[in-house]
Write a protein that binds this ligand. Structure first.
Ligand SMILES: CC(C)(COP(=O)(O)OP(=O)(O)OC[C@H]1O[C@@H](n2cnc3c(N)ncnc32)[C@H](O)[C@@H]1OP(=O)(O)O)[C@@H](O)C(=O)NCCC(=O)NCCS
Length: 134
């Protein structure tokens, strides 16, 4: 099902906004999936680092759906939130919206994904998550 809106999600702040350039696309102007995956990994790490209060490593990408293509010049907004935590792991859900033909305010949900990060110590070993800050 396509997911067309006229505005970005209300009451939420994107953790990252970025615009793909021609070097991120194939000859038809469609942006490479791998480029989007890299940005999603960065976006997801932001709330994970905050929750871990320190460094994290990506251990798994548990789901990744490209719902709509992304084009050069789309303004992408990445929304990321922690949906689950364990002893050392943090699961983050990431939604990506594209503002396309921006003068017409067309907003399209292009991608959603779930990634798991592990809090790590200086020797790159798993580290217990700190208690939640009040
Ligand atoms: C991250 C790393 C230090 C974890 O060490 P590990 O010994 O493999 O991890 P563990 O088996 O102790 O599991 C750690 C946590 O990850 C979770 N986990 C492990 N495999 C998982 C998977 N496939 N999916 C989801 N969660 C997973 C475990 O359930 C555990 O969570 P919990 O502590 O909250 O219960 C290690 O796997 C690593 O260095 N991986 C490479 C990371 C990296 O470089 N990523 C960038 C891409 S190259």
């Amino acid at each position: 099902m396509t997911d067309h809106h006229t505005s970005l999600p209300a009451g939420k702040m994107p953790v990252l906004r970025v615009m793909p350039m021609p070097s991120d696309a194939n000859i038809h102007g469609d942006v490479f999936g791998g480029w989007i995956m890299a940005q999603v990994d960065i976006a997801g790490s932001l709330p994970a680092v905050k929750r871990a209060n320190g460094r994290v490593a990506t251990i798994a990408v548990t789901s990744f759906t490209f719902k709509q293509p992304v084009f050069v010049g789309d303004l992408l907004s990445f929304y990321a939130e922690v949906v689950k935590t364990g002893n050392t792991s943090i699961t983050v859900h990431v939604d990506v919206y594209a503002e396309r033909n921006r003068l017409d305010t067309e907003v399209v949900k292009v991608t959603d994904a779930e990634l798991v990060y592990v809090a790590t110590d200086e020797s790159r070993k798993p580290r217990q998550l700190p208690p939640l800050q009040a």
